[in-house]
Design a protein. Structure first.
Length: 429
């Protein structure tokens, strides 16, 4: 019984330790990734500081940096909790080993006392020869042998348990050292967070000083984006009108062919399954879809969540929906605004056809159709495509231009015939 308890305790705590260690490795991997993102954000922030005064990009970057710092601290807190659990588990296991050792030593001491009292050969011979029969004597000899083996195993179990306890004590010491190191790291990251909050407040105060200028830029941005939205609506309406005309023309041509060939079987003469397939082909989910672009549209939908971004490197400073600015003003955006280096390439996120190219004030806007979906790339210059041109995924369509704040940025929008769609849900993380 003692042996079974001994092996159960050993196995259960080895398994628990392995699972906890695996979780700690995952936390360390996540922490390394967060620090890598932090370094990239800091590089962008330093680059932006060297070029311009305080602006929305700096404000967005410092916010991202603070959020990443909070996530690192949260990661460290979870790591400390795991280490505390490991400390508790190891201490509990050491206590169990102590109790088990007490039991084993007590039983071993009793057996040794019995052996000492019966140490003479006469006692053993008397025990054997006092048997009632020969078979009983054989059983008594076997019992004495088993008892001798049992005492030896008791001694071995005590030694093994002492060794396991020693290992757990050493492991406990190692875990406490790890916890001390993680606590030091957390204190360091907490200090960095305080410094970042001070920097964030400084940028916020500088932006507030530019209140009038920012408000005028905001008003101009709203007017600009309203014109972009109108251009998108016009492009979609034109595409719908062209699709309806093409559908009517095709229907008239089919009627003409039917009249010219009256022997051609009508729908009533065809099997029901064939008729349903034909109706499905003739009545797609959108009038914008036809035989040429249905496959393109399906592929676009299948790539939702993994579509490439329109720029290779950038920072999203405006998200889809309501955005709260440093001044406290709230602006509703129908797309996303991505800051990038002025003159860097802007690429199509998927195959499609250039629906329109519009000039709005000093910027160019490219609208590309992907079946029933439309992507819009606003605030470009040096546009290198033409209306009606077939475009491939990753093809350069223009360059990033300076926005109203003097920094490089583009506005990226995604629409279908019903309205705007959140682009970030379609782009890869």
């Amino acid at each position: 019984m003692v042996k079974l308890i001994f092996y159960f305790v050993v196995f259960s705590f080895i398994s628990t330790g392995a699972l906890a260690q695996q979780t700690r490795e995952e936390l360390e991997k996540q922490r390394a990734q967060l620090k890598k993102e932090m370094e990239q954000t800091q590089k962008l922030l330093n680059s932006n500081k060297a070029k311009t005064k305080e602006n929305l990009v700096q404000w967005k970057l410092i916010n991202d940096k603070v959020n990443l710092q909070n996530r690192i601290i949260d990661n460290l807190s979870r790591d400390i909790n795991l280490l505390d659990n490991n400390i508790y588990t190891n201490q509990k296991e050491i206590n169990r080993y102590n109790k088990l050792l007490d039991t084993l030593k007590e039983e071993y001491a009793k057996s040794m006392v019995y052996a000492y009292k019966n140490r003479g050969n006469y006692a053993f011979l008397n025990f054997i020869f006092s048997a009632a029969s020969f078979n009983d004597a054989i059983r008594r000899i076997a019992y004495l042998k088993y008892y001798r083996d049992y005492r030896e195993k008791q001694g071995e179990n005590i030694l093994r348990t002492q060794e396991l306890r020693r290992q757990r004590i050493a492991e406990l010491g190692g875990i406490k050292v790890q916890k001390s190191e993680v606590l030091k790291s957390k204190d360091k990251e907490m200090g960095a967070l305080e410094a970042q909050k001070i920097e964030k407040d400084k940028i916020m105060n500088e932006l507030k000083k530019q209140g009038k200028e920012l408000n005028s830029q905001l008003a101009a941005y709203k007017k600009q984006m309203k014109k972009v939205d109108n251009a998108i609506t016009a492009a979609i309406n034109r595409a719908l009108a062209d699709a309806k005309k093409a559908a009517i023309k095709k229907a008239n041509e089919e009627k003409a062919v039917t009249k010219a060939n009256p022997a051609t079987p009508n729908a009533a003469d065809k099997p029901a399954a064939t008729t349903r397939k034909a109706e499905t082909r003739k009545n797609p989910e959108s009038v914008l879809l036809n035989a040429e672009n249905i496959a393109l549209n399906d592929n676009f939908v299948k790539n939702r969540g993994i579509l490439p971004w329109p720029v290779d490197k950038g920072v999203t400073i405006m998200h889809y929906g309501n955005n709260t600015l440093p001044s406290g003003s709230v602006i509703n955006v129908t797309g996303i605004t991505v800051s990038a280096e002025i003159g860097s390439n802007v690429k199509s996120i998927f195959d499609g056809v250039v629906s329109n190219i519009v000039f709005i004030e000093d910027m160019q806007v490219v609208i590309i159709q992907h079946g029933k979906y439309f992507t819009t790339y606003s605030n470009l210059n040096n546009v290198s495509v033409q209306r009606g041109q077939n475009i491939k995924t990753g093809q350069v369509i223009g360059k990033v231009a300076a926005n109203l704040d003097g920094i490089g940025a583009i506005d990226f929008l995604l629409n279908d015939e019903r309205g705007s769609i959140d682009p970030e849900k379609w782009l890869k993380r």
